[in-house]
Design a protein around this ligand. Structure first.
Ligand SMILES: Nc1ncnc2c1ncn2[C@@H]1O[C@H](COP(=O)(O)OP(=O)(O)OP(=O)(O)O)[C@@H](O)[C@H]1O
Ligand code: SF4
Ligand SMILES: [Mg+2]
Length: 326
């Protein structure tokens, strides 16, 4: 089980030892810990299939939690049942922005109706709804003239803003944004990221920003959680994690990002030098790709905190770094 975590004090979202399994015995998330404070952006990075969407869906009650605890503002959401669960959902404290806005936005509804949906569910009267929808459009920088359009009549960037407006219209405390910029071109991507950054300040939002692209997270996330095959393998402040990764997988992600000179190429060559072999059934989940794997890596590594506010699940952290330059 994971134990010690580089977590902020007094978190709004607190996930402890989360296990999610769609089929018994084959967990997609296994022992995930993370925490986010109000006004903070936590970037969750990991390759496809690592469990990022499942993590977000578990927080909003859309994935089967087999064990662990998910607390939002002190309320244990995994313990909620029946009416209490419905009430918690309707309150709109937690909002999830789906990975694919085109598929998640009903094509037959106008922007006004789409953004107003979460308010309609809670019984907000039509006039007030309209007022709050227009205020949400203002917040995300969308012209009121778009209110009568349907998703097919919008650009990708506009659609993503509509999804964002819908997510914040209830004034949530926590926003889970699942790959909000991966389908956008560079200019729209920067706009949406800047917008998220402004909103967390203006609304005091806690944001979990999911991406498989480190570049998108680097400029906006205060802290990073690196997910690998259903486990958080490293977490800590974004700058520190990128400057001196404690887990070889994080180092691989950081070194693979665009840019970087000869030193970066030399590091990448070392990090990619592991002989290809199938993943082992036990022990460190990264061992089959890790150039630093040895007999000590046979037991599954626990999360350790070798430095303040930093944590990694690697038996050889941070000593493996000395071999990077070799
Ligand atoms: N409803 C489901 N039923 C069974 N397995 C699922 C379900 N949803 C996800 N999985 C499995 O869980 C694992 C993690 O999937 P998930 O969608 O969370 O990954 P991801 O990190 O979001 O990937 P991507 O970057 O491609 O969006 C995958 O192996 C996937 O096949
Ligand atoms: S525990 Fe061993 S195999 Fe796993 S990442 Fe660390 S050095 Fe590599
Ligand atoms: Mg996903």
């Amino acid at each position: 089980m994971t134990t010690s975590v580089a977590a902020p004090e007094d978190p709004l979202l607190d996930v402890r030892d989360l296990r999610v399994a769609f089929e018994p015995g084959t967990p997609v998330l296994d022992g995930v810990d993370l925490a986010v404070r109000a006004g903070e952006v936590l970037g969750v990075i990991g390759e496809t299939g690592s469990g990022k969407t499942t993590l977000a869906r578990a927080v909003v009650g859309l994935a089967p939690v087999a064990a662990g605890r998910i607390t939002v503002d002190g309320l244990d959401r995994t313990a909620l049942r029946g009416r209490a669960l419905r009430d918690a959902r309707r309150a709109g404290t937690v909002q999830y922005m789906f990975q694919d806005p085109l598929r998640s936005l009903d094509p037959d509804l106008t922007v006004l109706r789409l953004v107003g949906q979460p308010l309609a569910i809670t019984g907000v009267p039509v006039e007030e709804r309209r007022h709050r929808v227009l205020a949400a459009l203002d917040l995300v920088g969308l012209d009121h003239a778009l209110a009568d359009r349907r998703p097919a009549q919008l650009s990708g960037g506009q659609r993503q803003r509509v999804a964002l407006a819908r997510a914040i219209v209830t004034r949530p405390r926590l926003l889970l944004a699942d790959e909000p910029v991966s389908a956008l071109d560079a200019s729209s991507r920067n706009h949406v990221l800047r917008l998220l950054d402004e909103l967390r300040g203006e609304l005091g939002l806690a944001v979990v920003l999911i991406s498989h692209d480190l570049d998108s997270l680097a400029g906006v996330a205060d802290r990073l959680a690196v997910l690998y095959r259903g486990r958080v393998v490293e977490s800590g402040p974004t700058d520190a994690v990128l400057r001196s990764p404690l887990h070889p997988y994080t180092a691989l992600l950081a070194a693979s990002a665009p840019g970087g000179g000869p030193a970066r190429h030399a590091e990448l060559a070392v990090l990619r030098s592991a002989a290809t072999r199938p993943p082992a059934a036990s022990g460190c989940a990264f061992a089959h790709r890790c150039p630093f794997a040895d007999a000590a890596c046979a037991p599954r590594p626990e999360f350790r905190t070798p430095a303040a506010d930093r944590a990694a699940a690697c038996h050889h952290a941070p000593d493996w770094r000395t071999r990077l330059a070799a």
